[in-house]
Design a protein around this ligand. Structure first.
Ligand SMILES: Nc1ncnc2c1ncn2[C@@H]1O[C@H](COP(=O)(O)OP(=O)(O)OP(=O)(O)O)[C@@H](O)[C@H]1O
Length: 275
């Protein structure tokens, strides 16, 4: 019984750590195959269980290679005394069946700060996550865990601030971290998108977060979700998208895929050159 409880707690912690990243899909894939393997073995289906057994053997080595960075970070977290002494972990384990709290929070500081940042052509990169703290990415920067405020966001992205380089991660009304390094997309992106936008698109491909980018060059606001983009948004649109995202509404249809984005740009260009 204690054995089962410990395994359940461990699996839950791994799930929490990976939540929001692509690694979780691979992890759940492995877990499902392992459960099928146990089931097949229990009902003594010899051939299938030997095939799945072979796969599991190779799978463990493959998992170690695929999850190398995650395993390193996980061990680092385990090693930190704060990880085990953190009350939240025990609360999470004890009350894991509780319904997820509504992720909505007051987004006005994000909108107000974006207005000021865009108005002064200050570049910014914000990751807003409704489902998780995105610990992996937060750990790549400086942990703040500060209450979300317009003044704080403006200070972070001020060109002279030591925190301005990289992204902030916002979750549950708190700025979890600043100066975070995000994965850059490997897909081809429109020529006017530089590194900041590429990182925004990359992060939206790797996680279920919503990304907000303010261009230093033009002051224009873009958002990214699931590898798709929306460019040159008004602040009213930003507010609506943010609200809908935090209320778990499906935003996929509203965003443009990178190929659509190129096409719509070309159409606009053709129309303006005709007129
Ligand atoms: N992988 C990354 N993760 C987080 N932030 C990044 C990453 N790559 C670049 N950045 C941020 O983007 C800034 C560089 O942006 P760059 O000027 O290349 O982007 P851009 O998309 O052309 O945007 P802009 O329109 O603002 O010039 C860096 O100073 C850094 O703050």
């Amino acid at each position: 019984m204690i054995d089962i409880a410990l395994v359940a707690a461990l699996l839950y912690q791994i799930y929490k750590l990976l939540k929001g990243s692509v690694a979780i899909k691979i992890f759940l894939g492995f877990l499902s195959i392992y459960l099928i393997y146990l089931l097949v073995r229990a009902v003594r289906m010899e051939l299938l269980s030997s095939i799945l057994g072979q796969f599991m053997g190779v799978g463990v080595i493959a998992a170690i290679i695929i999850f190398a960075p995650e395993i390193r970070k996980f061990l680092l977290l385990v090693g930190r005394s704060s990880f085990l002494s953190n009350d939240n972990i025990w609360k999470d384990i004890l009350f894991f069946w509780r319904k997820k709290e509504n992720s909505a929070f007051n987004i006005s500081p994000i909108i107000d700060a974006s207005k000021t940042l865009a108005g002064s052509n200050t570049g910014a990169l914000m990751v807003i996550s409704s489902s998780s703290e995105l610990k992996f990415y937060a750990e790549s920067g400086d942990i703040l865990d500060a209450e979300l405020s317009k003044r704080l966001l403006i200070s972070i992205f001020n060109k002279y601030s030591p925190l301005h380089d990289g992204a902030v991660i916002i979750h549950n009304g708190r700025i979890k971290a600043a100066r975070c390094i995000l994965p850059v997309t490997e897909r081809e992106v429109p020529a006017q998108f530089g590194l900041r936008h590429r990182a925004g698109i990359g992060m939206s491909e790797a996680t279920d977060a919503l990304i907000l980018v303010i261009s230093e060059e033009t002051g224009q606001v873009s958002m990214m979700k699931n590898g798709k983009v929306l460019h040159n948004l008004s602040f009213q649109e930003v507010r609506e998208i943010l609200n809908d995202y935090l209320n778990n509404e499906d935003l996929d249809d509203r965003f443009e895929s990178l190929s659509e984005y190129d096409l719509s740009k070309k159409k606009k260009l053709a129309m303006t050159s005709k007129s």
